[in-house]
Design a protein around this ligand. Structure first.
Ligand SMILES: *[C@@H]1O[C@H](CO)[C@@H](O)[C@H](O)[C@H]1NC(C)=O
Ligand SMILES: *[C@@H]1O[C@H](CO)[C@@H](O)[C@H](O)[C@H]1NC(C)=O
Ligand SMILES: *[C@@H]1O[C@H](CO)[C@@H](O)[C@H](O)[C@H]1NC(C)=O
Ligand SMILES: *[C@@H]1O[C@H](CO)[C@@H](O)[C@H](O)[C@H]1NC(C)=O
Ligand SMILES: *[C@@H]1O[C@H](CO)[C@@H](O)[C@H](O)[C@H]1NC(C)=O
Ligand SMILES: *[C@@H]1O[C@H](CO)[C@@H](O)[C@H](O)[C@H]1NC(C)=O
Ligand SMILES: *[C@@H]1O[C@H](CO)[C@@H](O)[C@H](O)[C@H]1NC(C)=O
Ligand SMILES: *[C@@H]1O[C@H](CO)[C@@H](O)[C@H](O)[C@H]1NC(C)=O
Ligand SMILES: *[C@@H]1O[C@H](CO)[C@@H](O)[C@H](O)[C@H]1NC(C)=O
Ligand SMILES: *[C@@H]1O[C@H](CO)[C@@H](O)[C@H](O)[C@H]1NC(C)=O
Length: 663
């Protein structure tokens, strides 16, 4: 039975030789050189993956530099030496005689900018594969070195990423942990992202490997796992078409999956590890403050005690105009509202204290610390930042207050968002906006309080005859004004059109309060008793203004308004709440006690001469006597619901109310 194995062996040998020949055909021999000065100088794979000198941006949208890089569909997927190894047009890329692959500043230079470190390892050739892998081979065709095993900032399909690998971009790096968690690091010291898919997976894996599938799924596999785990899906995952997807650590410290459709010319972001770019440590450089304009993160300085290190690149951070060393004894703490200094491991545990906000400020002033953050998120925590590097984040949504040590006096930034925007025009515009928003807010409040007041007192026969239209001036003089529901509707719609997000809260208050006023306006005389009975029975809808569309009524707000209305129709003036209190009650800021039942008022005479004695606007809130002391026994169940209304909830309510107004 000799011929059979012999035939098989021959076949095997032949096929091996064929493969070998094919491989050899694509191989590039020792001594081969690419020149940066020659645009036609390139190595290509059968399908067009290219190694050549390319110009790529150092920053997104920033300066560009020259690199020796492998490109796939003109997307750089590997750079010799990474993004720090930029060269000029006299550079060469060469497989030198010793078998070392080198990037040299010039053809005569002996000191490489980057080298593969494969001298004297019997490398005989280099080849570039369609997958994007660059392979240095020895005489028997074994891979001595591969670019897939030395990634720079990109992982492509078919490229395995192990624990020993690192993606780097500027000061940022990405590593796979032994337990399978993905981690992002700043300057190899601060870990600002650490996420596994499965937090219950605490055991060490034996040899975890991360892959990006060509379908756009980021997977983790390990010999100890029966199946690979899916860590992330690109938003276009499994979409058909000639789509090239890859994972990239960007220069802004975020890890993203991109899609590139052949021929479309640009890549599209499909997933990012850090949702909130401002949470990336150091994104705005040292002492830089990150914030958002409409959608994009922008960098600025904490105040005019600072200036940008590089005026053309705000991401380079800020510096003090006067260094702390130059003003011993006269340091002061700059207060930054709605701001926090990012704190990530390993800083986290050693810097947290549970102290008051003033102590958080003072402890930093007297200590060696550079800044502090009082979280004000209910945790009672304060961080002191003693490191030289401080990374700030400002957003209206952040409750924290931060302090930064500066040489006095404090020079506030002439900007509302506190994140730069130092252009004069921009500042004038925002100052103008503030004025408009403030004026409109005041007007809205005046309208609200006025109408509430009117509504509260109209019960009295003294004011029964009052109705009609008043000019704003007359109104401001303290005279009561009645607003028809239609007018309010019109007015609030108008406000919505005139105002951006800035005036939203005020408009909301106006809409809510006026709606509720309209809702309970019909309570008069004998109706009060009827209404109170209906209320006690829980028939809330029976009481409200029938013009209010039922699907727009928020039960919680309705109950609140009804409670307030019963307080407002109390016979004794001393029992009626002040206007400020009424607004707070309607907004759900204050809990509302159950009101006493109204008397069967046949004649609602109110002894309230002081009610209209004052002529100033602010007096409106002091006209009525104070709210009766709360009696805990009469607190309604609704109080719990009322106090739980969160800001987000409120905003949502307001937008739905407003939307209905535009119909
Ligand atoms: C190379 O290109 C051909 C034709 O476009 C395609 O069919 C083939 O799958 C490609 N091979 C690789 C490895 O990308
Ligand atoms: C390129 O850089 C080298 C040193 O790195 C320098 O000697 C040479 O003059 C530069 N060439 C050009 C064209 O700038
Ligand atoms: C490679 O071998 C040559 C000659 O034996 C020697 O001069 C050179 O230093 C070696 N290079 C390295 C990196 O070991
Ligand atoms: C990736 O690997 C698979 C299977 O090993 C192979 O079929 C495919 O052609 C490879 N893709 C590229 C771009 O090399
Ligand atoms: C090529 O490398 C492989 C693996 O390191 C080794 O087994 C083989 O002997 C090498 N061949 C030559 C000709 O050096
Ligand atoms: C990064 O870390 C090194 C020491 O590991 C330090 O010298 C350097 O100043 C750090 N860079 C910044 C920007 O803080
Ligand atoms: C891995 O990530 C999870 C969150 O996904 C986290 O809870 C856990 O602490 C991380 N493990 C380590 C060792 O950092
Ligand atoms: C975590 O992993 C374990 C084992 O792989 C699995 O049984 C469990 O369902 C996973 N939990 C989550 C929340 O994915
Ligand atoms: C995982 O490995 C690290 C270092 O290799 C070790 O310190 C740690 O104790 C291990 N954890 C578990 C749960 O085995
Ligand atoms: C937000 O900032 C980005 C980047 O600085 C800029 O391109 C964009 O025009 C800005 N948008 C607005 C609305 O200001």
């Amino acid at each position: 039975m000799l011929p059979l194995p012999s035939n098989a062996f021959t076949l095997l040998l032949l096929s091996l030789l064929a493969t070998f020949a094919a491989v050899l055909a694509a191989d590039i021999p020792l001594g081969s050189t690419l020149y940066a000065s020659d645009p036609n100088s390139k190595w290509t794979s059968p399908n067009g993956t290219t190694l050549s000198f390319i110009t790529d941006s150092v920053h997104p949208g920033g300066a560009t530099a020259l690199y020796a890089a492998i490109t796939f569909n003109s997307i750089p997927i590997w750079k010799a030496g990474g993004s720090s190894a930029s060269v000029n047009s006299s550079a060469v890329f060469r497989l030198v005689a010793s078998g070392d692959l080198q990037l040299l500043p010039s053809s005569t230079s002996a000191t490489p900018v980057w080298s593969s470190g494969t001298a004297n390892l019997s490398v005989t050739a280099v080849s570039l594969e369609d997958s994007g892998n660059l392979i240095l081979k020895n005489a028997s065709g074994s891979a001595v070195w591969t670019s897939f095993d030395h990634p720079t900032d990109v992982i492509v399909p078919n490229q395995s990423f192990f624990v020993r690998h690192t993606l780097s971009s500027g000061l940022y790096s990405f590593k796979l942990q032994k337990n399978g968690n993905l981690t992002l690091w700043w300057n190899n010291s601060v870990e600002y992202y650490n996420s596994g898919l499965n937090s219950t997976m605490n055991s060490n894996l034996s040899n975890p490997v991360l892959d990006i599938r060509s379908t756009g799924i980021l997977t983790l596999s390990d010999p100890t796992l029966s199946n690979s785990l899916d860590l992330a899906y690109s938003s276009d995952y499994a979409e058909e078409g000639n789509i090239f997807r890859f994972l990239k650590l960007d220069n802004d410290g975020n890890l993203r999956i991109y899609s590139y459709t052949s021929g479309s010319g640009n890549r599209i972001e499909r997933w990012a590890a850090v949702d909130d770019q401002c949470q990336v440590y150091g994104f705005c450089g040292n002492m830089g403050i990150c914030g958002y304009n409409d959608s994009n993160p922008i960098c600025g300085c904490p105040s005019d005690n600072f200036e940008l290190v590089d005026k053309r690149d705000s991401r380079k951070g800020c510096k003090r105009k006067v260094e702390l060393l130059d003003c011993p004894g006269s340091e002061t703490m700059l207060q930054l509202d709605h701001s926090m200094f990012l704190t990530y491991p390993p800083e986290l545990s050693t810097q947290i204290f549970y102290i008051a906000i003033s102590a958080c400020k003072l402890n930093c002033l007297v200590g060696s610390c550079k800044g502090s953050t009082s979280l004000s998120d209910g945790s009672g925590q304060c961080y002191l930042k003693s490191s030289d590097f401080i990374s700030g984040y400002h957003s209206p949504a952040i409750p924290s207050t931060s302090f930064m040590k500066v040489c006095g006096p404090v020079v506030p930034t002439p900007s509302t968002d506190g994140t730069g925007g130092r252009k004069r025009n921009g500042w004038r515009l925002s100052a103008w906006l503030v004025v408009v928003v403030v004026v409109v807010t005041v007007l809205v409040l005046v309208v609200v309080e006025g109408s509430l007041w009117w509504w509260c007192v109209r019960n009295s026969s003294k004011f029964g005859g009052f109705s009609g239209h008043y000019a704003l001036l007359e109104y401001a003089s303290g005279a009561p004004v009645q607003f028809a529901y239609k007018e309010l509707q019109k007015a609030t719609k108008g406000f919505k059109e005139k105002l951006g997000a800035g005036g939203f809260g005020a408009v909301y208050r106006g809409v809510l309060a006026n709606r509720m006023v309209a809702a309970v306006k019909q309570l008069e005389g004998i109706e009060q008793v009827w209404a109170y009975e209906e209320f006690e029975k829980g028939n809330f809808y029976a009481i409200v203004d029938k013009r209010l569309p039922r699907n727009e009524i928020d039960m919680e707000q309705l109950i609140r308004a009804i409670l307030v209305s019963f307080w407002c129709i109390q016979e004794q003036p001393s029992q009626r709440p002040m206007m400020g209190k009424v607004v707070q009650m309607l907004e759900g800021i204050t809990e509302i006690d159950k009101p006493p039942a109204p008397k069967a008022a046949t004649e609602g005479s109110v002894g309230g001469t002081s009610l209209y004695a004052s002529s100033s606007i602010s007096a409106l809130s002091t006209i009525a006597a104070s709210v009766p002391a709360p009696s805990s026994s009469s607190s309604l169940q609704t109080a719990g619901i009322l106090s739980s209304a969160s800001g987000k909830h409120v905003n949502r309510e307001s937008s739905s109310l407003l939307r209905s107004d535009t119909k």
